[in-house]
Design a protein around this ligand. Structure first.
Ligand code: LLP
Length: 410
């Protein structure tokens, strides 16, 4: 077949095999579709491991004092927690549910951080009773809720830094529901002491899908100048490539920026989510109907949509798409989902190579915040998660069934 270069958005180690079909983790995705059905989230396990190692090695080359924390909201499933724990990472959890998953995966509770602007009393109890390492306190109300518990905490501050990214995923700006305003930090430090909490350091997360490392350097400098703390957690946010044109900074450049102003004895923590899992996963679908409206548009409809990937609808996120065994272009197409609303479009205006009913269609770079934000709109069962390594595929989250959909009803 003619050589079609695979864009760097595909999982590391992906290729088009001798039959011209996409292989992820050594597995032919057309065969995966036949075996496991569609839609399905397919991950290359080695991609996630390689990225975890890149973070660890980038830090290790520059300092002894660091901790890489998997921001598990990007892809909360027990297999992912286990994989990253094996690679030596800690994890953060943003709810009691994520804590439950992390513990079910066998993670050491001491290696867990808990976030949230409104953690419930039950969630805080669950965290403390589980022996969770650090709660990242977000408000004066929360400090009150933790009074007398002697918990180790970090203080989340809102540094007033606005990275260039979608407004919904900016978090460092002054007008934010998260964290303490800069002018409140001194009072919050005192409040922690009064409440008998063991304050170990500061935390800030300025946003997500950030493609400019300068803001991370600025953040490191700002937090580093806010007193003498053993731990400085600079959050997550490193962006990834969703399309061939995207050129995100490397993990090394990112870590370099985080550490540029770090003092010798300070342990620098970071919490990547998307950058660990985003490019490791692709979603496979089956093309069901094709509607060609002459002079207007070709709708290629697949068997999933806004129930398995909300990002195009929420953030206007742009993805690539290809027919899994016929990479290339030729026909301008719009990939629509199967849900009953017109906004259910996964990719607008993408070139496909003569799409046909029954084709397996692949959308790459869906490893972060797709499974995580999957939902049951139209009572559509959520897809399985399949991990692929060296040609072996295993289901790590099974497909939801119709029976699952009625389990909670009485
Ligand atoms: N730490 C904290 C406190 C966070 O709130 C987040 C993400 C992260 C770390 C990880 O950020 P990452 O490295 O993945 O950028 N649903 C949105 C993303 C929301 C991110 C929320 N917080 C999306 O699909 O783009």
């Amino acid at each position: 077949m003619s050589a079609v270069a695979l864009s760097h958005v595909y999982p590391l180690g992906s290729r088009l095999n001798e039959r011209g079909r996409l292989e992820v983790g050594g597995c032919d995705v057309v065969e995966l579709a036949a075996e496991f059905g569609t839609p399905a989230y397919v991950y290359a396990e080695n991609d996630m491991r390689a990225r975890a190692r890149s973070f660890v090695e980038a830090f290790r080359a520059r300092t002894e004092h660091f901790e890489v924390i998997y921001a598990s909201k990007a892809f909360p499933c027990t297999a992912a927690y286990r994989l990253f724990a094996e690679e030596g990472l800690s994890a953060d959890v943003a709810s009691g549910g994520e804590l439950h998953l992390a513990l079910a995966a066998g993670m050491d509770p001491k290696r867990l951080y808990m976030h949230g602007n409104n953690k419930s009393p039950a969630e805080l109890d669950y965290a403390i009773e589980s022996g969770l390492g650090h709660i990242v306190v977000d408000s004066f109300d929360e400090i009150e809720r933790l009074r007398g518990r002697g918990q180790r905490v970090l203080l989340r501050v809102t540094p007033g830094i606005e990275p260039t990214t979608h407004e919904f995923i900016q978090t460092g700006q002054v007008d934010s529901k998260f964290g303490f305003q800069m002018g409140e930090v001194e009072r919050a430090v005192q409040a922690c002491a009064d409440a008998g909490l063991e304050l170990c350091g500061l935390h800030a997360h300025i946003g997500s899908q950030i493609l400019d490392v300068d803001v991370f350097e600025k953040l490191g400098e700002l937090l580093g100048g806010m007193g003498d703390w053993p731990l400085l957690n600079l959050g997550g946010g490193l962006g990834i490539a969703y399309t061939a044109e995207d050129r995100p900074p490397s993990i090394e450049e990112y870590v370099d920026a985080l550490l540029r102003h770090a003092l010798e004895n300070v342990t620098v923590l970071c919490e990547p989510g998307r950058a660990l899992v985003g490019n490791a996963g692709v979603t496979i679908y089956t093309v069901g109907t094709i509607k060609r409206i002459p002079g207007v548009r070709t709708y290629v409809s697949v068997d999933g949509g806004m129930s398995d990937n909300l990002r195009p609808m929420l953030y206007g996120a742009r993805y690539e798409a290809q027919i899994a065994d016929r990479f290339g272009g030729g026909e301008l197409s719009t990939i629509a989902g199967m849900h009953c609303e017109s906004g259910d479009v996964l990719v607008r205006d993408v070139e496909l190579n003569g799409p046909r009913v029954g084709d397996v269609l692949v959308i790459p770079a869906t490893g972060a915040y797709s499974h995580a934000m999957a939902n049951n709109y139209n009572a559509v069962p959520r897809p399985p998660v399949i991990f692929c390594t060296d040609g072996d595929a295993r289901v790590v989250v099974r497909r939801e069934t119709h029976e699952d959909l009625t389990l909670r009803d009485s």
